[in-house]
Design a protein around this ligand. Structure first.
Ligand code: ADP
Length: 231
């Protein structure tokens, strides 16, 4: 791993035990590396293992074999409590469904990842407000999620994912539930937020338009990840 490489996943294999049959190998020897501030899209048919790969890169799931290095740490070697701390410090997640807490305001939702460190301080509040400004929702900080549109909720989810300045931002179908115009805006916001903080970004998507906004495109098919070259 050279100095600039922040993410190195090598030879990841993932097999699931399934009823009445041999193990189902979903990933077979997936290798991916990214440098600080780089972005990549992962495309591929439904069921090809994209969410599985994202969960492994996000340390939410363990590969059957292979190694993962992120920000000079081998997270798979960490015991669970340290792994949870590492994950909350270094990895931000955006899902298709925003997963906002309905009883909390927009500002409180953005602050949630910071609660692991205790009560948010003045700088935390400043950071949360800055992010809400970046996603264009600074005037809605006291709203509840139910008072927002689907696109606005996803903006809050992006701000929340960025609040700890993660090394790696992972997004699983972030525009999957949105109409085309809203999806375009969210794709733009996602990339702007990533670039503002020089975060690495990996997005699983079916949207070529979103994939084309990122620096690299990969296709996952038959358990293999292959770089797609344009033209
Ligand atoms: P994608 O995100 O590309 O649609 P997934 O990663 O969700 O694909 O799933 C890939 C394959 O792995 C599918 O065939 C799915 O049924 C299977 N799979 C996912 N999770 C499990 C699990 N916990 N146990 C068994 N099989 C699983």
């Amino acid at each position: 791993m050279d100095l600039m490489t922040q993410l190195l996943a090598q030879d990841l294999t993932k097999s699931y035990t399934v009823p009445n049959g041999p193990p189902l190998e979903v990933l077979s020897g997936v290798t991916l590396s990214l440098q600080a501030g780089e972005s990549a899209a992962i495309l591929g048919p439904s069921g090809s293992g994209k969410s599985t790969l994202l969960a492994i890169l996000g340390t939410l799931d363990r590969p059957t074999a292979g190694s993962l290095q992120l920000a000079d740490v081998q997270p798979l070697q960490l015991p669970e409590p340290q792994l949870a701390l590492f994950r909350s410090r270094h990895i931000g997640f955006v899902f298709q469904d925003h997963h906002l807490l309905p009883q909390c305001t927009v500002l409180e939702n953005v602050l949630i990842p910071l609660l692991a460190d205790g009560k948010p301080g003045k700088e935390d509040l400043q950071r949360a407000r800055l992010l809400l400004k970046r996603v264009g929702l600074d005037e809605r900080q006291d709203y509840r999620p139910s008072q927002l549109s689907g696109g606005q909720r996803q903006r809050v989810a992006i701000a929340r994912a960025m609040v700890r300045q993660p090394t790696l931002l992972l997004a699983d179908e972030p525009t999957g539930d949105l109409d085309r115009t809203t999806a375009e805006t969210i794709a733009q916001v996602l990339v702007e937020m990533q670039q503002a903080d020089d975060t690495m970004l990996i997005v699983v998507t079916h949207s070529l338009s979103l994939a084309n906004r990122l620096q690299q495109r990969y296709e996952l098919d038959q358990g293999k990840l292959q770089r797609m070259f344009d033209g």
